[in-house]
Ligand binder design. Sequence first.
Ligand SMILES: C[S@@+](CC[C@H](N)C(=O)[O-])C[C@H]1O[C@@H](n2cnc3c(N)ncnc32)[C@H](O)[C@@H]1O
Length: 277
Amino acid sequence: MSVFSDKKSEIHSSVNRLYNLLENKRVAGEKYHWLNLGYWKNSANTQSACQDLIQLVAEYACIQNSRKILDVGFGFGIQDIFIANQYPHCEIHGVNIVENQIEEAKELVSENNLSNRIFLQKGDATQLDYDDETFDKVIAIESAFHFYTREVFFKEAYRVLKKGGALCLAEGLPNFNKISDTKFIERSRFLGIPIENQYEISVYINKLKDAGFTNIEYLDVSEWVVPFGAFVVKQPKGWRFNEDVCIPDKETLEKLISEFKTNTTIDKYYVVKSIKA
Ligand SMILES: C[S@@+](CC[C@H](N)C(=O)[O-])C[C@H]1O[C@@H](n2cnc3c(N)ncnc32)[C@H](O)[C@@H]1O
């Protein structure tokens, strides 16, 4: 095996270990499938904040004008069910590498009678099993930081998009290119984030350009994700439960934000859109 494929399988193992760890923290009987950190501008409730993040991505990506969408790193597929219900004309395909998520997502799709419009399969973001120019939109929500590497995925996304199609991403990034800090490197490894993916937004934009994308735009929504994310991830039940949250006082919150930034390696949160001209 090459060094590249060794590194890739190491990252895939870390991703599987991480999500199995989170899975074990799930309370028996709870059926809460949202995995994103939420967009809290108009919501104090975890479920609606998670839905609002997907709605933000869907609107930014202009999904209303699309027929065929690829969701890369679909978690439990709950956002695909949400999108399919919001936009009844579109067909959604998805890939993920974590087996139990794929199985549960397929069950959810079937329970929601959407098996004729949502097609989920096992697959790696950096080797997409689709023909060139298949999709109107490719989305990756809080997943591209895991891919080995994100820039290889950018090239694959470009390949499978039709001309005029868009790649829309939502994810947290560091606000520096600090690859020499040992603690940061260790934390990234624990989180299944290749150190090669740890760079700030200007580098991110350049890598999209290198993959061929144009018309690159982004929204900095850090203020509506990070403080609330910092609070909810610290709750005993985590952020995956359907409850209203009450943000603590400024001093406590600042401490939580600082811990969140260290623990997740996320400083800023962006929604990014780019076009295949
Ligand atoms: C934080 S979760 C986000 C899930 C979902 N997009 C959401 O917003 O709820 C990251 C997802 O990316 C998936 N993932 C990680 N590496 C992947 C890869 N190389 N190819 C495809 N999916 C991957 C994980 O299994 C997980 O489902």
